[in-house]
Design a protein around this ligand. Sequence first.
Ligand SMILES: *[C@@H]1O[C@H](CO)[C@@H](O)[C@H](O)[C@H]1NC(C)=O
Ligand SMILES: *[C@@H]1O[C@H](CO)[C@@H](O)[C@H](O)[C@H]1NC(C)=O
Ligand SMILES: *[C@@H]1O[C@H](CO)[C@@H](O)[C@H](O)[C@H]1NC(C)=O
Ligand SMILES: *[C@@H]1O[C@H](CO)[C@@H](O)[C@H](O)[C@H]1NC(C)=O
Length: 356
Amino acid sequence: MDFFPFLLSFIFIILHLSGQRVVRGEDDIQHHHHKEPITKLFVFGDSYVDTGNLNKKGFAPSWKQPYGVTFPGKPSGRFSDGRVLTDYIAEYLNVKLPASYSKREYVAPHQLKNGMSFAFCGTGVFETLNQGPNMTTQIDFFQKEIEDKVFTASDFINSVALVSVAINDYNCYTTKNGSIEGLPSFISSVVNQTIKNVIRIKELGVKKVIISNLLPLGCLPYETTLSSFKQCNETTNNLIVTYHNTLLTEAVKKLNQQIEDHSSSLFIVLDIYDSFMWVLKHPSTYNINNELEPCCIGVSSKYFCGMLMEKVKMYKVCENPESALFWDMGHPTDAGWHAVYTRLRIMNALENIYDH
Ligand SMILES: *[C@@H]1O[C@H](CO)[C@@H](O)[C@H](O)[C@H]1NC(C)=O
Ligand SMILES: *[C@@H]1O[C@H](CO)[C@@H](O)[C@H](O)[C@H]1NC(C)=O
Ligand SMILES: *[C@@H]1O[C@H](CO)[C@@H](O)[C@H](O)[C@H]1NC(C)=O
Ligand SMILES: *[C@@H]1O[C@H](CO)[C@@H](O)[C@H](O)[C@H]1NC(C)=O
């Protein structure tokens, strides 16, 4: 019996009805640096953080075998054999996994109290090659939930947002033969739009916003396939990733400085680039022996992980997903994300999250 959540809501209602509120004095917070637990997580962006918004019908590899084979044991809508960045960041922050927006009508009300994920695989800040709501539309959905009073001001005390976006914008630019000369200005517009988006999330009430930077895209299997998964495409890493991450870090720093009455950490850049690079250089520390080749791959370039033809598997899966860094052509494994998360923790990547 799921009695405990019921009991908690009951106590909450009683406290609420009796008009009691527990308010911690400001002095208290400043002098004791008390770590108040984070209670809600709101998630925006792409497949690195989407935990199941994609519709099962239609083109949905993440709802097909062998996705989810490591966790939860069956396809869950995540583009991984198991967990994705959201799962690990939720664990890091000790907050429960939020409900997926597209399932909001089917989950119990208490599950909405963990926050909500609006992230949708394939999306970017602008239009991409994939379907799915861009980040602006994801925030529109969030705003509508607030207007509908699904979330009210009290829900935003100790709330955090997690954002992962831009990779699909760059895939789209490259696929559409965008010029190398045009890249700097395109990257600048992607970062500017990202900043507009996170300001909006903050203005809607979320207290802190964690923005993931780009992992080394040039090391993703779809970039390394030409070298038979032997080496990263340094051109992509230098031309796109380094510039994007530099602009993002500068813009977020500026943003934090503009908000005078706070310390430096309302917006936090999560340096997954650095952690990823570290894992790539020290794979054995994380029991990874297959760095660049994806664990699940189509039998030829026409096919991809999860694809069936007349019920015949057109893909092969490696024996030990837990020793591979990448799962499919564009996504890390559960083990890959776990390694990145372990490194992020060691680096105290989110130490500012509890600052007031
Ligand atoms: C996001 O998508 C909406 C709906 O398709 C579109 O009107 C809008 O221009 C897009 N926003 C950006 C920043 O590309
Ligand atoms: C991009 O260039 C390639 C090779 O030159 C060409 O085959 C393809 O049709 C072009 N794609 C677009 C969207 O222009
Ligand atoms: C992005 O914003 C910066 C700072 O406001 C500005 O200098 C730059 O021109 C913008 N980039 C684009 C492509 O609009
Ligand atoms: C590396 O990426 C660049 C664009 O970012 C592309 O022009 C080049 O062909 C790629 N090189 C290899 C070996 O895939």
